[in-house]
Design a protein around this ligand. Structure first.
Ligand code: FE2
Length: 390
């Protein structure tokens, strides 16, 4: 028989164990918030950030699944921006009405909801479980709010250790939701600024093309061809952005070339060629003044280099030429060959592609040629609408 004192000791040990477990849990949660806070500063792409936050949240809160839903105001729907857990990939195709379900309620009300037994809550909808085959037992859902606007809902589902979601879990999830809200609104602002930049760059590119009636739409098409080729290669999001700007602005330096040379209908003389050859350097110098175009600078500077080292302005060869510039050179040549010029008619697409292949390893980088041709053959129709009739 356990004496009163002995029982007291046992209780004390249990209390200490509980306190240790609680402290450990508390530490884990603080650690999660700290790590997420750090990531907001270091991960610039919101998708990547959310991809990292969710598994960490799920693990720390001991949940079976977690997801971030965003609101589509036009359709009055919620869609899964990121979803972790067994049914994650299936959920990415699901859209939910804002008028039903726990997530819909949280999004509409802008208030959190903790439901430890969904069978007892009339707001719960089986819609998602029916699609995924998952069984939701409990849900903790909080709104993702920026200013006064509800952007979406962050939720965790089912405790893995059989316990209940509690107020502490709620506090942690609320803190994460506000961090996510900051990241999402920053990304949206960033996108708006970027869109503004893009339209300015497009206007500038159109102005360059307008200097020569034969190059109408050339910059836009070169940009599209460059990105098409890039789709068959492994470029990061940032590099693709630089390629887009580089494609649009590759001939920006022609602003500094006199019209008599630029618009000349016949072939250039030996004295005129060196003047024409200054345009990549002039272009790079213009770009040097614009910080957000910095990554595109070398693509512009080297778009007339040749793989065999006989190009200009520096006579770089092979892999010394940045890969983006090698790809841009292919795109530029393809568009030049497939459009009418003052001195010759356009070639057919097939002839131009054959010509690229023939000059691979001499004028053009073989890797860039192969990437461009394979991507072009997969979706040739996608770009031809912006091409003038040949
Ligand atoms: Fe050029």
């Amino acid at each position: 028989m356990v004496s009163v004192d002995r029982a007291g000791e046992v209780n004390e040990v249990r209390d200490i164990e509980a306190t240790v477990a609680e402290t450990e849990q508390y530490r884990e949660r603080l650690d999660l918030l700290y790590k997420v806070g750090k990531k907001v500063g270091s991960v610039s792409e919101v998708a990547k950030l959310l991809d990292q936050i969710l598994p960490m949240t799920q693990q720390t809160l001991k949940a079976e699944a977690s997801s971030m839903l965003l609101i589509d105001r036009e359709k009055n729907e919620l869609y899964f921006r990121v979803a972790e857990g067994k049914a994650g990939s299936l959920l990415k195709r699901v859209r939910l009405s804002m008028d039903s379900g726990i997530a819909g309620w949280v999004a509409r009300q802008g208030r959190p909801l903790l439901v430890n037994d969904v069978t007892r809550d009339t707001r719960f909808s089986r819609e998602t479980d029916e699609v995924t085959g998952f069984t939701t037992r409990s849900v903790l859902a909080v709104p993702v709010v920026s200013g006064r606007e509800v952007l979406g809902v962050l939720e965790v589902v089912n405790k893995t250790d059989g316990s209940m979601f509690n107020e502490q879990d709620l506090a942690v999830l609320m803190a994460l939701a506000s961090t996510a809200a900051i990241a999402i609104s920053n990304a949206r602002l960033h996108q708006e600024v970027l869109d503004g930049y893009k339209s300015t760059v497009k206007t500038l590119a159109a102005a360059i093309d307008a200097k020569d009636p034969y190059t109408c739409g050339h910059s836009q098409r070169v940009m599209e061809y460059t990105l098409l080729g890039a789709s068959a290669m492994a470029f990061s999001q940032g590099e693709l952005q630089a390629l887009e700007f580089g494609g649009l602005l590759h001939d920006v330096g022609k602003i500094g070339v006199e019209d008599a040379i630029l618009r000349k209908s016949g072939p250039l003389t030996p004295e005129e060629w060196p003047v024409m050859h200054t345009h990549p350097l002039i272009g790079a110098n213009i770009i040097d003044e614009v910080p957000f175009l910095a990554a595109a600078r070398d693509f512009i500077l080297y778009h007339h280099e040749r793989y065999d080292g006989t190009g200009y302005p520096e006579g770089l060869g092979g892999e010394d030429i940045p890969i983006g510039a090698r790809l841009l050179a292919v795109a530029d040549a393809f568009d030049t060959m497939t459009t009418d010029r003052s001195y010759r008619a356009a070639r057919s697409t097939d002839k131009a592609l054959n010509e690229l292949e023939r000059r691979a390893g001499i004028q053009f980088c073989p890797v860039a040629v192969e990437a461009f041709i394979s991507a072009f053959r997969k979706q040739p129709g996608a770009l031809l609408q912006s091409q003038p009739e040949a």
